[in-house]
Unconditional design. Structure first.
Length: 329
């Protein structure tokens, strides 16, 4: 399964190629306790079908109702939800804790040049490349530019007719197998804004899982899932923490064949050395592939508990991602 931005853009392309008009929505700014971050996307068509999200559900429901009633006829418009009543352009919707968000709505007809733009974005997401969409509100046009700075996903000053939106691969954590450490990693990762996927084929594990909301569970051997096209990008981290070589080793063998930006497996120094030899001897991995694997995984903070180990792992994952972004900036 690809990340949400990927699915939104792919669906937009599909609908345009089928001859449908689409409405591409992007969160521009949030205030207070808004559920989604700037840059979050949703695509819809006139009958209310949609992919993606802008909030926890209330904004989507209101937007789709208005869309099906014939609103949003302009090529580009910015709408606001939540906030003070005098500035709320959609007063029927109140966000949690007084939060507010502004959304760019672009109406796009099935024109080939826009489909080409979306295909370029899709290729960028697949290849780990960030691109900037520059939207001209006055003309209702959009163009693509290289990204010079990954700092902000959205650059827009109120009153300006130009909006710049960076579309980049979403940070993703794939946990190869369940453990108490994996559970703690998932919770940290969600708080850091990562999309989290947990793969585990064990039926006894699947029947007892109590994962936090937002974690996608795949009842499949991690190595099989990792081998699918489009699953991993340079913004993907793959981490194995089960201490079961039937899961961990196979996951590492599959992960090094992908463009994942971070690959790590839990274990002591002695275990890691033995694993490296095993992966070279039995798995056929090259020395370069072995060097891609962080083992032992994580930053050495003297961690003992599952939460402490997870903290050390996610600290290293974030460090590696920030270094990657600085390198390509």
């Amino acid at each position: 399964m690809q990340n949400l931005d990927y699915r939104v853009i792919q669906q937009a392309i599909d609908w345009l190629e089928q001859g449908h008009t689409i409405w591409l929505c992007t969160v521009l700014s949030t205030f207070g306790s808004s559920p989604r971050e700037p840059g979050a996307m949703m695509v819809a068509k006139g009958d209310g079908a949609h992919v993606g999200s802008l909030s926890g559900g209330c904004v989507e429901e209101d937007f789709l109702d208005r869309l099906m009633q014939g609103e949003y006829t302009l090529s580009s418009v910015v709408i606001r939800y939540g906030g003070a009543s005098e500035e709320n352009r959609n007063p029927s919707v109140k966000l949690p804790c007084g939060g507010a968000l502004e959304v760019l709505v672009e109406k796009r007809s099935p024109e080939s040049h826009f489909v080409d733009q979306l295909r370029t974005l899709l290729n960028g997401l697949s290849n780990g490349e960030a691109l900037e969409r520059e939207v001209d509100l006055a003309r209702g046009s959009a163009s693509l530019n290289p990204v010079d700075d990954h700092g902000s996903r959205v650059v827009w000053e109120q009153g300006s007719e130009t909006i710049k939106i960076v579309v980049a691969p979403v940070a993703q954590l794939i946990l190869a197998g369940y453990s108490t450490v994996a559970d703690a990693c998932a919770r940290f990762a969600l708080g850091l804004g990562y999309e989290v996927v947990l793969c585990d084929p064990r039926e006894d594990i699947a029947g007892t899982l109590d994962l936090p909301e937002g974690v996608e569970f795949i009842a499949q051997l991690p190595s099989v899932y990792l081998g699918k096209d489009g699953v991993c990008t340079p913004s993907t981290a793959v981490v194995a923490t089960t201490h079961d070589p039937r899961i961990d080793d196979l996951a590492m063998m599959a992960a090094v064949k992908t463009p994942a930006g971070y690959i790590g497996v839990m274990g002591s120094m002695r275990t890691s050395k033995a694993r490296a030899e095993r992966l070279k001897r039995s798995g056929g991995l090259t020395e370069a592939e072995i060097q891609r694997i962080h083992m032992p995984v994580g930053v050495d903070i003297g961690s003992k508990t599952p939460a402490e180990i997870a903290l050390s792992i996610m600290a290293d994952v974030v460090r590696a991602r920030r270094q990657l972004f600085r390198a390509v900036s």
